[in-house]
Design a protein. Sequence first.
Length: 174
Amino acid sequence: MADWKKIKAITLDVDGVMTDGCLVAFDDHEMVRVFNAKDSFAIRVALMRGIKFAVFSGGETEGVRFRFITCGLDPEDIHLGCRGKIKVFREFCEKYGLGEDEVLYIGDDIPDLPVIKAAGIGAAPADAAEDVVNAASYVCKAGGGRGCVREVIEKVLRAQGLWYFDEDEFSKIF
């Protein structure tokens, strides 16, 4: 059973989790993604409450890196062009002295399976691949890019009594 109170860090994939998985390709070879502002806001709140965050993505665009920097992530915790996500997940846990059972991971497709199985809570968007849904300990009501990240962040912070908003605190940090 998922222990939401135990979670000290949230890690996630990008395409299909923070986005709906669609990519728009332009003639200049740029790939564009659309992010949900509510997911991004929830990341900021989680960071304010001391939750560690990391991104493990196979994509490599600087626009993705910039999006997460604007959310407040440490650039060292934004792992793009990531192959073998379980290795990076374990390095993240070691860096912060976390047990794998203290980390939540959200992923939507086959490359995410090893981390979903290793994490304390392995979550999947509602529209994740069938194998991922079957392996996840929590399946979101929301789909990728449609608030699934916000959903799990709220569950973690509510379980820990940390889901509240302080405008003054927020304006000092962001």
